[in-house]
Design a protein around this ligand. Structure first.
Ligand SMILES: [Zn+2]
Ligand SMILES: [Zn+2]
Length: 476
């Protein structure tokens, strides 16, 4: 008891001492001039222009980190356009997948521009549910711009892409055999075994892929026009007829992805004044290419001069188009190239400029502000839950078109080991070898467990919230 009392007393003494010290710590405020000197020291506040950043180039207050984007931590705001570089190189390697750009709009719409080989891995890492990708615009039919389509189509369907088909937008060719329609037909044929094999799963409309092929010569033609979103296209000079550039306009903001091609008057005409102008770029390093990149100089020079946009030309185009943010992608991200690239672009373009590389670079854009950050894409992410529209208050799982018995002879099934031979004694899961119900499964939302409702309805809820906010804006 005396021990406890002395402990309490000493605690009380400590507390009093703390109070006295805190009292003694309250100091006389600094003068108004001193406070102002500290709060405004080094801050331009309109008194001078700071570095090479420009008016309107700064992080938005809702970003969780001004330097990094962590997938799944920030909602796209009602008035915002968020653009993520999911693949950034013509030459695929572990750090850089082939070209793909993801555009998310505040109204909940999502668009993919090109779907190069390997890019789908970055979509998964960026927590994009594959069944949310429904509109893919292909600039041209080089495989580094569409190589991930077969995977996206098949596994996007498997992972809940049952209610809306995937639509591929792309140019015609000079003859039908070279058009986007023909490529998709070829892909459908290539995936014949896969499609039939996956028909033991729910499919719904997932396998009914749609193609919107436009006439590549119809410069300025509208390829998409819905809910205030408009996408036009124009020809690019890329060795073969059919290569196209795209411009997306929404909410008084504009995004351009030119795809590959030689710098052209058409680019200036159709991209003029666009907020976010993205083109491809090849730096002038043909001589050292053979040593560093393994490309013989003559092959590098010839490839650039017949197909691509040199760094100087990219800067020149930007100086004519005058975007709020200029970005280049489809370029190797290497220390020996990067400074060279900036120097070439800067020869003509003194305005805002960033690399659309390496993979995961994110652009947040509103009418007033634009900010570019590094996205943190994990190497071993989990897939996001499939996203569903719960407007009708139910989750519908379509019945699989086939059973195994329809597509597999009995012999090989009969050779399967008896599970009792390998499961430990006393453990036997209830095997689900047949689809458990007849007909479509329809689950009302109120019986759906909360965790499923929350995870699978997240995009739908954000879309509703943002659309409401957009409707309530003055002027709408
Ligand atoms: Zn390319
Ligand atoms: Zn190309």
């Amino acid at each position: 008891m005396p021990l406890l009392r002395s402990l309490l007393l000493s605690l009380l003494a400590l507390a009093i001492a703390g109070l006295v010290m805190a009292q003694a710590d309250v100091k006389k405020p600094s003068s108004e001039q001193d406070v102002e000197a500290v709060l405004t020291g080094g801050v331009p506040m309109g008194r001078w222009k700071e570095g090479l950043l420009f008016d309107g180039v700064r992080p938005m207050p809702w970003l969780k980190s001004a330097a990094n984007w962590f997938p799944g931590t920030e909602d796209v705001q009602p008035n915002e356009m968020r653009v993520t570089f999911m693949g950034t190189a013509p030459m695929i390697r572990p750090g850089q997948m082939n070209t793909s750009i993801y555009v998310e709009l505040g109204n909940g719409d999502k668009f993919v521009f090109d779907m190069g080989e390997g890019a789908v891995a970055n979509y998964v890492a960026a927590r994009v549910a594959l069944n949310e990708i429904k509109h893919v615009f292909i600039t041209h039919l080089h495989v580094d711009h569409f190589g991930s389509l077969p995977y996206l189509w098949m596994f996007g369907t498997w992972a809940g892409g049952w209610h809306e088909p995937l639509t591929i937008y792309g140019p015609s060719g000079r003859t039908a055999e070279y058009g986007t329609k023909k490529m998709v037909e070829g892909m459908r044929m290539m995936l014949g075994w896969h499609r039939d094999a996956f028909s033991v799963f729910p499919v719904g409309k997932g396998h009914d892929i749609q193609v919107k092929e436009f006439d590549f010569r119809d410069n300025g033609g509208v390829v998409y026009d819905k809910d205030g979103v408009r996408v036009i296209h124009w020809q690019r000079s890329h060795a073969k007829d059919g290569a196209s550039g795209y411009r997306l306009d929404w909410n008084d903001m504009c995004f351009v992805w030119t795809g590959d091609g030689r710098p052209s008057k058409l680019d200036i005409k159709y991209a003029k004044g666009c907020d976010l102008y993205v083109t491809e770029l090849q730096p002038e390093v043909v001589e050292i290419n053979s040593g560093v990149q393994g490309v013989p100089p003559f092959l590098a020079r010839y490839t650039i001069d017949t197909h691509h946009t040199p760094g100087y030309a990219a800067g020149y185009l930007a100086s004519q188009i005058k975007p709020r943010m200029f970005m280049t992608t489809h370029m190797n991200f290497d220390p020996f190239l990067n400074e060279e690239t900036v120097a070439e672009v800067r020869h003509h373009w003194k305005g805002p400029y960033h690399f659309g590389a390496p993979d995961g670079i994110v652009v947040n854009m509103t009418r007033d502000l634009v900010w570019v950050r590094e996205g943190i894409l994990p190497d071993y992410p989990n897939s996001r839950a499939p996203q569903f529209d719960f407007s009708r208050g139910q989750l519908v799982v379509p019945h699989p078109p086939h059973r195994r018995e329809d597509i597999q002879e009995p012999f090989v099934r009969e050779q399967q080991l008896d599970p009792a031979a390998y499961y430990p004694k006393g453990y036997m899961p209830h095997l689900l070898e047949d689809w458990p119900v007849e007909g479509d499964i329809v689950i009302p939302m109120d019986v759906l467990p909360d965790n499923l409702k929350d995870s699978m309805g997240a995009s739908w809820r954000l879309r509703n919230k943002n659309r409401k906010a957009l409707e309530e804006q003055p002027g709408n």
